[in-house]
Design a binder for this molecule. Structure first.
Ligand SMILES: NC(=O)c1ccc[n+]([C@@H]2O[C@H](COP(=O)([O-])OP(=O)(O)OC[C@H]3O[C@@H](n4cnc5c(N)ncnc54)[C@H](OP(=O)(O)O)[C@@H]3O)[C@@H](O)[C@H]2O)c1
Length: 234
């Protein structure tokens, strides 16, 4: 890591895709600041700070920590936070579960964008990547609110990219498929509701999904903005 190392913030980095991406980028010479509610050990290249994206004060404190740690510069911002609740038949959704999911998965991203985009705009560069889902565009079953949150996230990001046109800041959505806590919680909740075990084969390892995010963060993808791209193995 040196003065020219890319400075990257990863939100939702205590497990699954976010944790793996944080470690992967830190090993690839990024200076990474990672945030989530659960703490993780910090290293020289990967600093962990507590963050709850559903709390405006926590987001503001985290943005200050990022400013101090990254010297007021930011090249990449990745939003991976999501909630695995509200798995239900569409006519039986608990609205408190739905509100929590939207607060984290959609409004959490809006709070993060409000806190970080001014810094990126000022420096005239930066790549924002948020993790969407196939559920935004396909009815996956028992995931109506999760899919609605991801559809909102995708459209918000498309608008964000459009409004950032000419600033040097890009914003894209990726879809992933990985065997993580969230995937397993979804599968178990669906099996319970359906009264039968899941027959879905295990998803690919998280590592298979990392190159797409790394590429979108890099200058090799300087011509890509406002897009939704799925990491799917052939
Ligand atoms: N796995 C898949 O196949 C798949 C498919 C499509 C999309 N996705 C998306 O991929 C992203 C990563 O999920 P994952 O599969 O890696 O699951 P995961 O391991 O459960 O990761 C979710 C992350 O979100 C964080 N988070 C949750 N609430 C938060 C809050 N209020 N504030 C800050 N961070 C919060 C969690 O950390 P804390 O609990 O410590 O806060 C955790 O680090 C999610 O957006 C998910 O919707 C996953």
């Amino acid at each position: 890591m040196n003065q020219n190392s890319p400075r990257t913030v990863i939100i939702g980095a205590s497990s699954g895709f976010g944790a793996a991406l944080a470690e992967h980028l830190a090993a690839a010479d990024h200076r990474v600041l990672a945030g989530s509610r659960r703490e993780r050990p910090s290293t020289t290249s990967l600093r962990h700070v507590r963050l709850d994206v559903s709390c405006a004060q926590s987001v503001s404190d985290f943005a200050q920590a990022a400013d101090a740690h990254l010297g007021g510069q930011l090249d990449g911002l990745v939003f991976c936070a999501s909630d695995s609740g509200a798995v239900a038949r569409a006519w039986e959704v608990n609205t408190e579960d739905a509100a929590r999911l939207l607060d984290i998965s959609l409004l959490g991203f809006v709070r993060i964008v409000n806190a970080f985009v001014p810094t990126m705009k000022n420096s005239g560069r930066g790549s924002i990547v948020c993790v969407g889902s196939q559920a935004a565009r396909t009815c996956l079953g028992l995931l109506s609110v999760y899919g609605a949150a991801k559809a909102g996230l995708e459209h918000y990001t498309r608008c964000l990219a459009h409004e950032l046109h000419g600033t040097g800041v890009r914003a894209n959505v990726i879809g992933i498929a990985a065997e993580t806590d969230l995937a397993q919680t979804h599968r178990a909740a669906k099996a319970e509701l359906r009264g039968r075990p899941s027959t879905h084969p295990p998803l690919p390892p998280v590592a298979d999904n990392l190159p797409l995010a790394r590429w979108l963060l890099s200058d090799d993808a300087a011509h890509i903005t406002g897009q939704t791209i799925e990491a799917r193995l052939p």
